[in-house]
Ligand binder design. Structure first.
Ligand code: FES
Length: 168
């Protein structure tokens, strides 16, 4: 009888241990996700993004001074735009503030159409952020940036940004 009680206690103890271990693993997984917001890091008004970790064709969004910034590594099927593309190691990126230039809504990325579409009043921007349809009066704005190796530093003005602004 006493051995049966002991076995039951052991079983309950083991069950709790197993549940705690599984819970702990899930917790660790969630914590790791929180610790790894990479490739972007925010500090003192600057947001740095490791462009080598950005996946081609997928929209990557970071925050810079409370504004959404769109970063898109262009694929070869996407139209190049020498006036707006940020070129790093021969790879073209769209980098722009993700706020519609009409009234400030956040446009959605439509990967298949290679467009950004603003649901508020139907504004459309091409893959480079140029306004192509509807009420937006101009292209999506390009935030000041600097390129440091493969790192994009938002909030600092570098020669690549000045060159784009001169050609805009
Ligand atoms: S706010 Fe985007 S079209 Fe009006």
């Amino acid at each position: 009888m006493s051995s049966e009680k002991t076995n039951r206690r052991d079983f309950i103890g083991l069950s709790f241990g197993a549940v705690a271990a599984v819970g702990g693993l899930f917790g660790l997984g969630a914590m790791k996700k929180t610790w790894d917001p990479l490739p972007s890091v925010v500090a003192a008004g600057f947001t740095t993004v490791d462009l080598s970790k950005v996946v081609e064709g997928e929209l990557y969004q970071v925050e810079w001074r409370k504004k959404p910034i769109f970063i898109l590594k262009k694929s070869s099927e996407m139209k190049a735009d020498d006036k707006r593309d940020v070129v790093v190691d021969g790879v073209r990126y769209t980098v722009c503030i993700g706020l519609c230039t009409h009234l400030g809504c956040i446009p959605s990325y439509k990967a298949n159409a290679h467009q950004f579409v603003c649901a508020c009043h139907g504004g459309i921007f091409d893959i480079s952020g140029n306004a192509t349809f509807g009420p937006p009066p101009r292209a999506l704005d390009i935030p000041p940036f600097k390129i440091d190796g493969t790192t994009l530093v938002l909030g600092e003005t570098g020669p690549e940004y000045e060159k784009l602004m001169a050609n805009a």
